[in-house]
Design a protein around this ligand. Structure first.
Ligand code: SF4
Ligand code: SF4
Length: 385
């Protein structure tokens, strides 16, 4: 479905001064410097042991750990910026080497933008958008997850654009959330984010331009994705895309390559979220707001100046600790996450064009049983030998 263009992007959520966010205050970083959260951090990041429980067997554990392997072993975007596969400057060596001094003249930035999108999709992205880089979304400080080094993050001049890429996760696996099988599709998303971003960055460097690949490091991905026309912000605090709902992971490449930005889109998400609330209903940590949007933060993990449904990341993380693993219930429950098909496409059309039907559509979604947890055994039983 092609969503309408509004030309607003993140501007429609901003109602006050947006201060660059200190990455130290991101929930995943806080257990590393706040003693009272250390025990929760140990449960989320420490070794976990298989259980006699659906989706938490040794096979499930091995599966999710393998899916994360590229990110945790080589990319390191969840640990620090400018490291591993997300290094800001990676030498072109061996067969990848381009003779120094070569630079492609870009006389048609629109064609170059199309080429970049095709290359990024070929390398693994599901959808690609481009925006001018708004530096308010670049972290003010970085925080190293291992060394706890906390320092100012200054992006060099010249990085004018962000190429933002989304990676579709698996609908069937997500339905098993909050199991380790569901985490398998999340981990694979993180691994694909890194693989694709680093290859797109190398392509741009090979053309003679600068490129910084980035996962969850360096800059906040969701506002960049909204500005790049990839979706809107949902009650669950996530990017809602027209094609995959919130069932995506996001990475980006910052660059000085001449490009043409995309227009932001609007397809009825805010109005639908006002009626829906399924993510709040299925959130085991009760971390999602039931009421109206607000500018009031829950705690230091919420950014300032935005009118939205702020997630209570402390409650969310506390559930992850109890669960000894991540959770995707707010993705699992979201009616926007359905795969393409004529019926789901009609519903998407109705959400966009007939907002007065939203309450009815939410009831229909419930009636069809969408949002409920599926057994992780379905995944293993459906694998064809
Ligand atoms: S990840 Fe789980 S606990 Fe956290 S907000 Fe989403 S549903 Fe709630
Ligand atoms: S589950 Fe419903 S309320 Fe939550 S983000 Fe999706 S559409 Fe919005």
């Amino acid at each position: 479905m092609k969503a309408a263009e509004t030309g607003k992007g993140t501007a429609k959520y901003i109602v006050g001064e947006v201060k660059r966010f200190d990455q130290k205050n991101e929930m995943f970083k806080r257990p590393r410097w706040q003693p009272e959260l250390r025990e929760l951090g140990r449960k989320v990041y420490g070794p976990v042991y298989p259980k006699d429980k659906d989706g938490h067997t040794l096979k499930d554990l091995a599966f999710k750990n393998a899916a994360w392997h590229i990110e945790t072993g080589f990319a390191h975007g969840t640990i620090i910026h400018n490291s591993g596969m997300y290094a800001w400057d990676m030498k072109l060596v061996g067969v990848s080497q381009v003779p120094p001094g070569l630079k492609l003249e870009v006389d048609d930035p629109a064609k170059m933008s199309q080429d970049i999108k095709e290359v990024a999709k070929f390398f693994g992205a599901s959808q690609v958008g481009i925006c001018e880089l708004d530096r308010r979304w670049v972290y003010s400080h970085s925080f190293h997850m291992r060394t706890r080094e906390h320092k100012e993050l200054e992006l060099p001049e010249g990085y004018k654009y962000a190429i933002v890429m989304v990676f579709e996760m698996d609908y069937e696996l997500a339905k098993t959330s909050p199991t380790w099988v569901a985490e398998g599709t999340e981990g694979k998303g993180y691994s694909m984010m890194a693989v694709t971003a680093t290859m797109v960055a190398q392509f741009i460097r090979g053309l003679g331009y600068k490129a910084i690949p980035s996962g969850n490091d360096t800059a906040i991905s969701i506002p960049l994705a909204i500005d790049a026309g990839l979706g809107e912000l949902g009650r669950n605090g996530l990017l809602i895309t027209p094609q995959y709902g919130p069932l995506v992971r996001i990475s980006k490449v910052l660059t000085d390559l001449p490009l043409v930005p995309d227009e932001p889109i609007e397809f009825g998400v805010t109005q639908y979220c006002e009626k829906c609330k399924k993510c709040a209903k299925y959130c085991p940590g009760q971390a999602i707001l039931w009421g109206e949007r607000t500018t009031e933060p829950n705690n230091i993990s919420n950014a300032s100046g935005e009118l939205k449904w702020p997630i209570d990341a402390e409650r969310c993380f506390a559930f992850w600790a109890r669960n000894e693993g991540s959770c995707m219930n707010c993705i699992r429950a979201c009616p926007f996450n359905k795969p393409a098909g004529w019926l789901h496409n009609i519903v998407r059309w109705l959400v966009k064009h007939t907002p007065w039907l939203d309450s009815l559509l939410v009831k229909m979604d419930d009636l069809f049983g969408y949002g409920k947890q599926a057994s992780a055994k379905i995944f293993w039983n459906n694998i064809v030998a």
